[in-house]
Design a protein around this ligand. Structure first.
Ligand SMILES: Nc1ncnc2c1ncn2[C@@H]1O[C@H](COP(=O)(O)OP(=O)(O)OP(=O)(O)O)[C@@H](O)[C@H]1O
Length: 784
């Protein structure tokens, strides 16, 4: 790409001189920063080495113990503070190192209305100020003025600044590729941000880590990044349109704009799988920001339901559904998954819970040593006495208080029981001493004398009963007396008894079978994934939900895979947070989940939403996009980026020859210099078999499963649903035949697999190609 002397831009030399000037200043600053880093590092080492010298340990009496405790804490806090400073300084030095190599990527010349002078604004991943003149040599890409670069072409322009809108004229927009302090290429942009720079960025090799895109952010992506007002922002975009990239740069932008008021720990990203988390982990640190928190929805479910049920995760559910043989069982399980993810079921559950305030609550008795302390009927009677118009959690809390009081009364009576008498004999010396101390204490405050022997016995009985009743007390405190499993199950029992109407589109027999399938699962204490969220929702409506009020921004990537109810639960969980949902309905791998596809349903949950559509696809070459967009609903709206490459190849192969064919393709990909290659299979089961077979024919491959948490270059064999969100130089889809991808809901899975390819896509078919390939125009792929 580097241009030769003659074809060089006329201002090349002067721009290089500017680069040199900035690099020189950066070097000077680096020397100073590195000195700071090593000084703080020295302090950290020193505190660690002498940690115990500076703390006086004295545990001889309680006061000394407290003092010692505080001394240790103070010393630990000092150490933690220095460590934080050290890390911050080291990170800042790292960003500066990067700036030294490539101090900026753009320049705009801007003349503000009413001013005579034109200002030159250089833009880079971070700002850099000349400490002597206090002048900005480079502006951060997130500075208000930098939005001119992303949003405008030369001519009259305006941008929003803290002091209001600033108008003026942009007279120049120039882009640079600078490596190692040397200009590699530069061009003046015209209509859009230079396609050449974008082309350069997109033609590179896939990486084990996602790259930042700050030099080439496109206008519609910039809207996503800089939207600072929408409570709920929905970004719907084609595969490879930069949704995840925009989300991460958005996090960086918000951290910059609200510096001092917003911390990375107040931002959370719901990601599709652990592999994805490692893939995106570098973007924010590269931009000099801390990583934001990451989690998966399943982690949340599991944490809230652990101990009550074994909860299936989403991948196991998908694997289960994909491996089902056609037949009645498949129909039941598919209905179970799709109905429970539907907005109709969410409404039904809501209605069901509100009617529970009148009837249908189920309780468990409070029991102790095979005896009933409070029967289930009595608990129900206590509940019935609470005010029916109160919120359910408040009513339950009132019942809880009453039950704890009854337990105390029970303990008092029980203190004289024979078994207590017997067990007192067996109590330890420590217990006796504790009882003795309690009595001594009481004597000091007592107005009247009392029988020491009896008092000690009573104290001992109290200690014993407290200990024995602890699990019962905990049972009440955990609100476990509300039989949530039975309450959830009851919905399906009512449905089975014909008390609820069958959805019109479902055959009554199938409906009954699905209800029985669910009641059975609950009885076995195993919760299918599709029941996890509705169950938790019922539980939290009844018992109250733990909410996180500290979180300010929640990002949900692959939002099309969330049911309306899941999104609703997330919204309730983070009441003070703005939401950014990023998704592509065409990649709804849990195709039974309507997710983002049902915009109207979403609007019900999120009346305050703003939607931004991204239609240009950047990841794949134009031939790959032209082939794959035909498989997507409304695919004609997807605009390929004009980057050429080979046509996708579809080859039919005999069952016994598939592994050999894939092996040959891998070798050919390697010869082309592709560093990251994926063999994408339909399921985990098929991926495991394929990986084994490829290893047997001498291929060095890495099998990816749901627990894989690091992404590395090489050949990955991966089930399609785990390839979500990531990309590869070359993709090989294993067995894309009609007999493998045969059910309607597998369309999105197949589309997701194909759209992971950046430069090349090949599909092996054991038999006839599947219907989505067959439907594509013959000139969009090569058939062998
Ligand atoms: N403005 C841009 N400049 C350079 N590269 C870009 C730009 N936008 C997107 N890309 C690149 O395109 C690829 C796809 O981006 P990203 O993964 O963010 O898309 P996505 O919409 O989340 O994709 P998918 O939904 O298919 O997972 C990445 O390699 C990313 O770096």
């Amino acid at each position: 790409m580097q241009e030769n002397e003659e074809s060089r831009h006329p201002e090349w030399a002067s721009e290089q001189a500017y680069v040199n000037q900035v690099v020189q200043r950066i070097e000077a600053k680096l020397v100073q920063m590195q000195a700071d880093v090593s000084q703080v590092r020295g302090e950290v080492v020193d505190i660690r080495r002498h940690f115990w010298d500076d703390v006086t340990i004295n545990v001889s009496n309680p006061d000394d113990l407290v003092e010692t405790h505080f001394a240790i804490r103070q010393q630990a806090e000092l150490l933690a503070e220095r460590e934080r400073r050290w890390h911050r300084a080291a990170e800042a030095a790292e960003v500066l190192e990067k700036q030294k190599s490539s101090p900026f990527f753009a320049r705009i010349d801007f003349r503000e209305q009413g001013e005579a002078e034109t200002e030159r604004v250089y833009i880079g991943i971070a700002s850099f100020r000349d400490e002597e003149t206090d002048e900005f040599l480079v502006y951060d890409w997130r500075a208000p003025i930098a939005s001119l670069y992303y949003d405008h072409t030369p001519g009259p322009v305006a941008f929003a600044a803290p002091r209001g809108e600033i108008r003026g004229e942009m007279t120049l927009k120039r882009q640079f590729v600078i490596r190692g302090g040397t200009i590699f290429a530069m061009f003046d942009a015209g209509i859009t941000i230079g396609d050449e720079l974008l082309m350069y960025a997109l033609s590179g090799r896939a990486d084990a880590k996602m790259k930042n895109i700050v030099a080439t952010i496109q206008r519609e992506q910039n809207r996503v990044i800089r939207d600072d007002t929408s409570p709920v922002l929905i970004v719907r975009g084609a595969a490879g349109s930069g949704k995840t990239s925009a989300a991460l740069q958005r996090a960086a932008y918000l951290l910059y704009k609200h510096r001092g008021r917003l911390e990375a720990s107040q931002m959370l990203l719901f990601s599709p799988n652990p592999l994805f988390s490692s893939y995106v982990a570098n973007v924010l640190p590269e931009l000099g920001e801390q990583n934001i928190e990451q989690t998966t929805f399943y982690d949340y479910l599991k944490r809230r339901l652990d101990g009550e049920f074994v909860v299936e995760d989403g991948f196991d559910q998908l694997e289960r559904l994909l491996n089902l043989e056609d037949g009645p069982e498949a129909e039941i399980q598919m209905l179970s998954a799709s109905w429970k993810a539907s907005p109709a079921f969410a409404d039904a559950i809501h209605q069901y819970v509100s009617q529970l305030s009148v009837s249908g609550m189920r309780f468990l008795p409070i029991r102790f040593m095979d005896r009933t302390v409070v029967s289930a009927d009595e608990v129900a009677a206590i509940f019935a006495q609470t005010e029916a118009h109160w919120r359910m959690p408040l009513r339950i809390e009132t019942v809880q208080k009453e039950l704890l009081a009854r337990l105390d009364a029970f303990a008092e009576v029980e203190a004289t029981a024979d078994w207590v008498e017997d067990e007192l004999e067996l109590m330890s010396d420590e217990d006796y001493q504790q009882a003795h101390k309690q009595v001594e204490k009481r004597r000091r405050h007592a107005k009247h004398s009392f029988d020491d022997y009896q008092a000690e016995r009573d104290e001992l009985a109290k200690i014993l009963l407290n200990r024995r009743l602890k699990p019962v007390r905990r049972f009440i405190q955990r609100l476990a007396f509300v039989d949530v499993p039975a309450i959830y199950q009851q919905w399906f029992e009512q449905a089975l008894a014909g008390q609820l109407s069958v959805p019109s589109e479902v055959a009554p027999d199938l409906w009954r079978s699905m209800c029985m399938y669910t009641t059975q699962a609950i009885a076995n204490r195993r919760l299918p994934y599709e029941d996890g969220t509705p169950y938790l929702y019922v539980k939290e409506l009844l018992l109250g939900q733990a909410v996180n009020t500290a979180m300010r921004h929640v990002f949900i990537d692959e939002a099309q895979d969330y049911s309306a109810l899941q999104l609703h639960v997330i919204r309730r969980l983070f009441p003070r947070s703005r939401l950014t949902l990023l998704g592509d309905p065409n990649q709804a791998i849990y195709a039974h989940v309507p997710g983002m596809a049902m915009a109207d349903e979403l609007r019900q949950s999120f009346p305050d939403l703003t939607t931004i559509e991204l239609t240009q696809s950047y990841r794949s070459t134009a031939p790959i996009v032209r082939f794959t967009r035909g498989m997507a609903r409304d695919g004609e709206a997807i605009v390929p980026f004009d980057r050429e490459g080979p046509l996708p190849l579809v080859q039919q192969v005999a069952p016994d020859d598939q592994v050999q064919l894939i092996r040959t393709w891998i070798e050919e990909y390697r010869c082309k210099g592709y560093q990251s290659i994926a063999v994408i299979c339909r399921t985990q089961r098929e991926a495991s078999q394929m990986a084994e077979q490829l290893k047997l024919v001498g291929c060095d491959v890495r099998q990816i499963d749901k627990t894989t948490s690091t992404f590395s270059a090489g050949v990955a064999v991966v089930p399609a649903y785990l390839a979500k969100g990531v990309e590869f130089d070359g993709v090989i889809v294993a067995d894309g035949s009609a007999s493998a991808y045969r059910r309607a809901f597998e369309q999105e899975l197949f589309y997701t697999a194909c759209t992971r390819a950046m430069h090349e896509l090949r599909i092996a078919c054991v038999g006839k190609p599947n219907r989505w390939i067959a439907e594509q125009p013959a000139d969009t792929y090569t058939q062998a």
